[in-house]
Write a protein that binds this ligand. Sequence first.
Ligand SMILES: [Fe+2]
Ligand SMILES: [Fe+2]
Length: 130
Amino acid sequence: MLAIEWHDGLNVGVAFMDEDHAEAAALINALATSSGPERAATLETFIAHCREHFAREEAMMEKTGFFAHGCHQGEHVRVLAELEGVLARLKGGDEQDGYFAQALPQWLMNHRNTMDFVTAEFARAAGFTG
Ligand SMILES: [Fe+2]
Ligand SMILES: [Fe+2]
Protein backbone atom coordinates (compact mmCIF):
# COMPACT_ATOMS: atom_id res chain seq x y z
CA MET A 1 0.00 0.00 0.00
CA LEU A 2 1.26 3.46 -0.90
CA ALA A 3 1.75 5.99 1.89
CA ILE A 4 0.03 8.58 -0.32
CA GLU A 5 -2.40 7.91 -3.17
CA TRP A 6 -1.88 11.12 -5.13
CA HIS A 7 -4.38 12.04 -7.86
CA ASP A 8 -5.44 15.04 -9.93
CA GLY A 9 -8.25 15.83 -7.47
CA LEU A 10 -5.50 17.06 -5.13
CA ASN A 11 -4.34 19.68 -7.61
CA VAL A 12 -4.63 23.29 -6.43
CA GLY A 13 -4.66 24.89 -9.89
CA VAL A 14 -1.17 26.42 -9.93
CA ALA A 15 0.95 24.41 -12.38
CA PHE A 16 4.30 24.42 -10.57
CA MET A 17 2.64 23.56 -7.24
CA ASP A 18 0.74 20.63 -8.73
CA GLU A 19 3.85 19.25 -10.43
CA ASP A 20 5.95 19.68 -7.27
CA HIS A 21 3.32 18.13 -4.99
CA ALA A 22 3.01 15.03 -7.20
CA GLU A 23 6.80 14.70 -7.10
CA ALA A 24 6.78 15.12 -3.31
CA ALA A 25 4.16 12.38 -2.96
CA ALA A 26 6.25 10.03 -5.12
CA LEU A 27 9.32 10.72 -2.99
CA ILE A 28 7.35 10.14 0.23
CA ASN A 29 6.13 6.80 -1.14
CA ALA A 30 9.75 5.90 -1.93
CA LEU A 31 10.79 6.91 1.60
CA ALA A 32 8.07 4.77 3.17
CA THR A 33 9.21 1.64 1.34
CA SER A 34 12.99 2.07 1.62
CA SER A 35 15.42 1.73 4.51
CA GLY A 36 18.99 2.37 5.54
CA PRO A 37 21.34 4.25 3.17
CA GLU A 38 18.72 4.23 0.38
CA ARG A 39 16.20 5.93 2.68
CA ALA A 40 18.80 8.48 3.77
CA ALA A 41 19.74 9.30 0.17
CA THR A 42 16.07 9.64 -0.79
CA LEU A 43 15.46 11.89 2.21
CA GLU A 44 18.31 14.15 1.08
CA THR A 45 16.66 14.33 -2.34
CA PHE A 46 13.30 15.09 -0.69
CA ILE A 47 14.79 17.87 1.46
CA ALA A 48 16.39 19.46 -1.63
CA HIS A 49 13.05 19.16 -3.44
CA CYS A 50 11.28 20.85 -0.52
CA ARG A 51 13.79 23.72 -0.38
CA GLU A 52 13.26 24.43 -4.08
CA HIS A 53 9.48 24.02 -3.89
CA PHE A 54 9.13 26.21 -0.80
CA ALA A 55 11.25 28.92 -2.47
CA ARG A 56 8.91 28.85 -5.48
CA GLU A 57 5.82 29.15 -3.25
CA GLU A 58 7.45 31.96 -1.25
CA ALA A 59 8.31 33.88 -4.42
CA MET A 60 4.67 33.53 -5.52
CA MET A 61 3.44 34.77 -2.14
CA GLU A 62 5.80 37.74 -2.42
CA LYS A 63 4.69 38.52 -5.97
CA THR A 64 0.97 38.33 -5.16
CA GLY A 65 1.10 40.00 -1.73
CA PHE A 66 -0.37 36.99 0.08
CA PHE A 67 -1.81 38.06 3.46
CA ALA A 68 -0.43 35.10 5.43
CA HIS A 69 3.01 34.91 3.81
CA GLY A 70 4.82 34.91 7.17
CA CYS A 71 2.67 32.15 8.62
CA HIS A 72 3.07 29.91 5.56
CA GLN A 73 6.81 30.58 5.27
CA GLY A 74 7.20 29.85 8.98
CA GLU A 75 5.70 26.39 8.49
CA HIS A 76 8.16 25.74 5.65
CA VAL A 77 11.05 26.71 7.92
CA ARG A 78 9.68 24.51 10.72
CA VAL A 79 9.28 21.40 8.59
CA LEU A 80 12.74 21.80 7.01
CA ALA A 81 14.26 21.87 10.51
CA GLU A 82 12.19 18.79 11.41
CA LEU A 83 13.39 16.95 8.29
CA GLU A 84 17.03 17.78 9.05
CA GLY A 85 16.56 16.28 12.52
CA VAL A 86 14.95 13.15 11.06
CA LEU A 87 17.86 12.83 8.59
CA ALA A 88 20.43 13.09 11.37
CA ARG A 89 18.68 10.35 13.39
CA LEU A 90 18.29 8.20 10.28
CA LYS A 91 22.01 8.41 9.62
CA GLY A 92 22.49 7.36 13.24
CA GLY A 93 20.53 4.15 12.62
CA ASP A 94 17.03 5.15 13.78
CA GLU A 95 14.73 4.19 10.88
CA GLN A 96 11.70 6.14 12.21
CA ASP A 97 9.26 3.99 10.22
CA GLY A 98 6.20 5.67 11.72
CA TYR A 99 7.40 9.08 10.61
CA PHE A 100 7.73 7.99 6.98
CA ALA A 101 4.62 5.79 6.87
CA GLN A 102 2.27 8.17 8.69
CA ALA A 103 3.50 11.52 10.01
CA LEU A 104 5.18 12.76 6.81
CA PRO A 105 2.34 11.70 4.45
CA GLN A 106 -0.15 13.32 6.83
CA TRP A 107 1.95 16.49 6.88
CA LEU A 108 1.89 16.77 3.09
CA MET A 109 -1.87 16.21 2.91
CA ASN A 110 -2.54 18.65 5.74
CA HIS A 111 -0.23 21.30 4.28
CA ARG A 112 -1.83 20.90 0.85
CA ASN A 113 -5.34 21.14 2.35
CA THR A 114 -4.65 24.25 4.42
CA MET A 115 -1.83 26.71 3.69
CA ASP A 116 -1.10 25.61 0.11
CA PHE A 117 -4.78 25.50 -0.85
CA VAL A 118 -5.48 29.00 0.50
CA THR A 119 -2.25 30.38 -1.01
CA ALA A 120 -3.09 28.92 -4.43
CA GLU A 121 -6.66 30.27 -4.35
CA PHE A 122 -5.32 33.73 -3.47
CA ALA A 123 -2.62 33.62 -6.17
CA ARG A 124 -5.08 32.51 -8.86
CA ALA A 125 -7.53 35.27 -7.84
CA ALA A 126 -4.64 37.75 -8.05
CA GLY A 127 -3.99 36.63 -11.64
CA PHE A 128 -0.84 34.59 -10.97
CA THR A 129 -0.04 32.50 -14.00
CA GLY A 130 3.39 31.22 -13.04
FE1 LIG B 1 3.42 23.13 -1.49
FE1 LIG C 1 3.62 25.42 1.30
